[in-house]
Design a protein around this ligand. Structure first.
Ligand SMILES: Nc1nc2c(c(=O)[nH]1)N[C@H]1C(S)=C(S)[C@@H](COP(=O)(O)OP(=O)(O)OC[C@H]3O[C@@H](n4cnc5c(=O)[nH]c(N)nc54)[C@H](O)[C@@H]3O)O[C@H]1N2
Ligand SMILES: Nc1nc2c(c(=O)[nH]1)N[C@H]1C(S)=C(S)[C@@H](COP(=O)(O)OP(=O)(O)OC[C@H]3O[C@@H](n4cnc5c(=O)[nH]c(N)nc54)[C@H](O)[C@@H]3O)O[C@H]1N2
Ligand SMILES: [Mo]
Length: 770
């Protein structure tokens, strides 16, 4: 059998949309079958077995899917034979595919033709095999030698009037070693312009938690989830985006835990789960997951948690010492009284409007939180991508602090990260505003001047390119053009650059919105063997729970012309700074242990890094609130935060739109057209709307519409030809897929304090299709 030779489908027939009843349960047998099928389709049968066997095992590679952690022996937990999920297998199949994009492909397809293709089509063409360049005025990408590519980039960078005219983006798949060297290159060059995907993702969590407890990361381990008695899952769709989390929830439930799910959509993974790794899982109806499903309105979470806080405080007042953990609050926190005062009186009418929930349910939720001795709060993009995201997360941390749910087993805060190494990239210094302590250590270690002026984040980078202040764009992975908001504007901004460079594994939209000159530099993926002068290398990554461990690719690289990310950075640096630079770039390229020795010197918590990562499960980075209830905040304590109630208002005749992921994509990489759990097949240009709203607005299920977004300044954005799907979402809350709907997100619609694009609350008008 060799189905991998099949050409990818040239055209995607969006008219073939099929809608079934949404699923009420997730995973189980179809999940396993789908993962094997996708693997065989892309990799062939032998390679599928070999690859999946190494996924998330100690001698294998870290899954390039999500950042959910693996079980740790230290915590008394065991890895399963198959420590992966359907969507992890798809992520691997996409990378380990046998399909190839070579020079013939680029000779056949002019860039402007490629621009007309869908993201799905582009991604399905296969792995990039050699460096290519689009020369100024050219119509096609053509091959370029690596050395010439590095000379071209270094030449353009040196021509700039200021290093701040260059922008260096990172996506969260980059290894710790590559991330550390990348930020070193960028800072040696003289700028802190290091935007990353995190700016669009969990930046709000980082901003909120740093103020609240002194570190921007979650405080729980996998064992804490297993031993919690209550898990609150807010604004997250784990069945699709973190499927292995379902096993953790199931295990906790097996021990008697309760689950509260807060979401405008009845996501299959939140309702029931069939664990394919568990004999009970594949038969019967599976495990019911959510004990309480709160079908909240988009952006209503701050209101919900303020109402819960209000109830807890009023019960505490009636029976002092029964709800609030006085000991913890008095010894370790700051600002409790102000918080309590703020929530003493609340506007129930506003809470009703914001949440759309009935008060009995809010009270039931508050009772569960009051009764719990070990609560874990998990959240993801449904919380972080709102204007008031930081305040919402701080309201969640207020509840945790009031009940003393920090730094004790089975309890804590758990922002569930996206990209598999997005957290590690930050730890390694990929951030436009790293603290002084890090920058001065970096300076001392290498004896180079390190700039202190804060750099540009993602949204500000787009503004800089739009305004002609950003002239060279370099992307270490990711798909900047498709992942960012305001697609039309962002595309023009990228096209106005003098040079765009993308270090990528696969073709994507960013390659077809080129600057005046453009380069695509193909790189090794996670799954592939990395041979350097000192022999075969491994890299390290950090998961969502601060565990740092080894990832070692084993497959033969997709092409003999690929360079590792580390090698690309080192060779560019050598071209840019000369062979006698203070940083030994050549040595770093040959032996990654030498990079790790420097990480050990510069990055807090990474002392003795080479030895610690070689321990069987790696090591866990220090986390003061979790480890010792100590808080490196401005007050030296865990801070309660007082916030005004805020929620998005929807003008009459309008809907509020969220943009989200289908079951068959990894961010901008589209695996297929099956949003299986939601019962939507063969289409991506769909908009999910509650049937009652459709009736009220005068639209019909299945109708073809244009989506028009309305922004505060009177501007409108349009995305054409979407099919309406009547769907049981919360009233007046619509949903469409990312990235097709990104054109609707105004660049200036950002979260306060984190500058994260508001991708989950867009004021939307439907119009019959033009
Ligand atoms: N297979 C797969 N895995 C992935 C990814 C992928 O694309 N595919 N992406 C990775 C990345 S980078 C990330 S960041 C994560 C993303 O993981 P998620 O955050 O689960 O991703 P989204 O699809 O954006 O889903 C947002 C969820 O929040 C809900 N929601 C939206 N707005 C609100 C709100 O206002 N309140 C509440 N309570 N809920 C709301 C939506 O209905 C939806 O269930 O997944 C990671 N894992
Ligand atoms: N409207 C809307 N917009 C959003 C979101 C949303 O929910 N709604 N979510 C936001 C979130 S949470 C995120 S994290 C961002 C994601 O933004 P990005 O991280 O920029 O986007 P990805 O789609 O993950 O990037 C995919 C590309 O990465 C490259 N790639 C894959 N593996 C590797 C590798 O190992 N090395 C290198 N060098 N390249 C590799 C491939 O070429 C692939 O095409 O999007 C954000 N944008
Ligand atoms: Mo993300």
């Amino acid at each position: 059998m060799n189905v991998t030779r099949n050409a990818p489908r040239a055209d995607i027939d969006e008219a073939a949309l099929e809608v079934h009843k949404p699923k009420e349960w997730a995973a189980g047998i179809p999940g396993v079958a789908v993962s094997l099928l996708r693997g065989v389709e892309q990799m062939g049968a032998g390679r599928t077995v070999k690859t999946l066997r190494l996924l998330n095992q100690r001698d294998g590679f870290d899954c390039p899917g999500c950042a959910w952690p693996e079980p740790r022996a230290e915590d008394g937990e065991h890895r399963k034979l198959a420590e992966f999920c359907e969507n992890g297998a798809k992520a691997v199949a996409e990378e380990a595919t046998k399909r190839r994009v070579g020079r013939e492909f680029f000779a056949q397809h002019p860039v402007e033709e490629l621009h007309g293709r869908t993201d799905y089509w582009l991604g399905q063409q296969g792995r990039l095999t050699e460096p290519v360049v689009l020369r100024e005025g050219g119509t096609h990408y053509e091959p370029i030698a690596w050395d010439e590519a590095f000379r071209l980039i270094a030449g353009k960078l040196k021509e700039l009037d200021s290093p701040d005219e260059a922008i260096f983006y990172t996506s969260g798949r980059t290894s710790n070693e590559a991330a550390f060297l990348y930020q070193l290159l960028v800072r040696s060059f003289g700028t802190n312009n290091l935007p990353d995907c995190s700016n669009m993702c969990h930046e709000s969590s980082g901003a909120a938690l740093s103020e609240a407890y002194g570190i921007g990361k979650g405080s729980v381990s996998l064992a804490d989830i297993h031993h919690a008695d209550l898990i609150v899952v807010v604004g997250q769709n784990p069945g699709t985006n973190h499927p292995r989390m379902l096993s953790a929830l199931e295990e906790a439930k097996g021990r008697g835990a309760k689950v509260i799910a807060v979401n405008p959509l009845p996501e299959a993974g939140l309702m029931r789960f069939k664990n394919p790794q568990n004999p009970r899982g594949v038969v019967g109806k599976g495990t019911p997951l959510a004990d309480e499903f709160a079908q909240i309105r988009l952006g209503g979470d701050l209101a919900l948690f303020q109402a819960v806080g209000h109830l807890l405080l009023s019960w505490e007042e009636a029976a002092p010492g029964t709800i609030v953990d006085r000991e913890f609050v008095e010894s370790s926190t700051h600002g409790f009284d102000d918080w309590a005062k703020n929530l003493r009186e609340i506007d129930w009418a506003a809470i009703d409007e914001a949440t759309g929930l009935d008060r009995d349910q809010i009270e039931r939720i508050a009772r569960m939180i009051a009764a719990s001795e070990r609560t874990v709060y998990c959240w993801a993009m449904g919380v972080t991508q709102h204007r008031h995201a930081v305040a919402t997360i701080q309201e969640i941390s207020n509840l945790a602090f009031a009940r003393g749910m920090i730094g004790k087993p089975g309890a804590g805060l758990c922002p569930v990260r996206g990209h598999s190494n997005v957290q590690g990239d930050r730890t390694m210094g990929v951030w436009e505003k790293m603290p002084e302590s890090f920058l001065s250590r970096l300076e001392d270690e290498f004896g180079i001047p390190v700039p202190r002026k804060h750099g540009l984040d993602t949204v500000d980078s787009i503004r800089a390119m739009r305004d002609g202040r950003g002239k060279v764009f370099i992307g270490m992975g990711g798909n900047f053009a498709a992942a960012t908001p305001d697609s039309g504007l962002t595309e023009r901004a990228l096209r106005s650059c003098e040079l765009t460079v993308h270090v990528s594994t696969k073709l994507n939209r960013s390659h077809v919105v080129p600057g005046r000159t453009a380069l695509i530099l193909p790189t090794l993926g996670r799954t592939e063997r990395d041979e350097q002068a000192a022999g075969e290398q491994f890299v390290t990554v950090e998961d969502s729970m601060s565990c740092v461990h080894v990832s070692r690719g084993r497959l033969k690289p997709a092409s003999e012309h690929l360079l590792s990310e580390v090698a690309i950075i080192c060779r560019l640096a050598t071209e840019l700074f000369g062979a006698d630079h203070a940083v030994p770039w050549r040595d770093f390229e040959g032996n990654y242990d030498l990079i790790r020795d420097r990480i050990a010197q510069v990055v807090p918590g990474c002392e003795d890094y080479n030895a610690k990562v070689r321990q069987p499960d790696g090591f866990v980075l220090p986390h003061p609130p979790r480890d010792s209830r100590s808080f490196r905040t401005s007050t030296g304590k865990a801070n309660f935060t007082t916030s005004e109630l805020e929620f998005p208002r929807v003008p009459s005749g309008r809907l509020l739109l969220q943009t989200l992921r289908s079951h068959d994509q990894y961010n901008t990489t589209i695996y297929g057209l099956s949003d299986r759990y939601r019962g939507i097949e063969d289409a991506r240009r769909v908009v999910l709307v509650n049937a009652a709203d459709l009736a009220e607005l005068g639209f019909a299920d299945g109708q073809l519409v244009d989506l028009v977004s309305e922004w505060e300044d009177g501007s409108e954005r349009r995305a054409e030809h979407f099919r309406v799907v009547a769907y049981p979402t919360a009233r007046r809350c619509a949903a469409a897929y990312f990235p097709e709907a990104n054109a609707l997100v105004p660049l200036d619609s950002v979260a306060k304090k984190s500058n994260t694009p508001v991708s989950k609350a867009i004021v939307l008008r439907l119009e019959p299709a033009s």
